[in-house]
Design a protein around this ligand. Structure first.
Ligand SMILES: [Zn+2]
Ligand SMILES: [Zn+2]
Length: 162
């Protein structure tokens, strides 16, 4: 148990103390005494019960990166979906899968960011696919419906943590 760790905020400082909430090592300058033990400043600042839906900065970053990745991969996937039968069903499944990935990337915290990123990551490929048709004045109700279904499924999966 006495292994030496390094403060996550000061990588050069050695410490044997870690946060009771998130487990990250913290140095004596960073540690905060709370009713439930020593915590890092991030966790000490949060009132009890506020952790649901709250992400650490690296989880926010992973959520955004995953969202961007899904949006990029989604562009060819969406055009593939529209060449298959059962588009609406597949759109819903694809949206749900995207939301699940985003939720996992955010440490399964859920919350508004995970939901927003899930919906955006799913909606962007559909928008890219639908925009040329919309500009030409020939957007299909079916395509819009598929986009909405996928975005709703993504938001549902992204919220996670219930
Ligand atoms: Zn912490
Ligand atoms: Zn420190």
């Amino acid at each position: 148990m006495a292994e030496v760790m390094h403060c996550y905020r000061h990588p050069k400082r050695e410490t044997r103390v870690s946060c009771a909430a998130c487990g990250r090592p913290i140095c004596t300058e960073c540690m905060r005494q709370t009713a439930v033990g020593i915590k890092c400043p991030d966790d000490a600042r949060l009132p009890r019960g506020a952790r649901a839906g709250v992400m650490k900065p690296n989880q926010v970053l992973k959520t955004l990166l995953t969202g961007a990745g899904i949006a990029l991969i989604g562009i060819p996937v969406v055009s593939l979906i529209f060449s298959l039968p059962l588009q609406l069903l597949i759109s819903a499944a694809a949206g749900y899968g995207a939301g699940t990935l985003v939720n996992r990337a955010g440490g399964r915290n859920g919350g508004p960011l995970a939901i927003a990123v899930s919906i955006a990551a799913t909606a962007i490929p559909f928008l890219v696919w639908l925009t040329p048709a919309a500009l030409a004045g020939s957007v299909s109700t079916f395509g819009v419906l598929a986009a909405i279904i996928a975005a709703v499924a993504a938001g549902f999966a992204g919220r996670g943590g219930y």
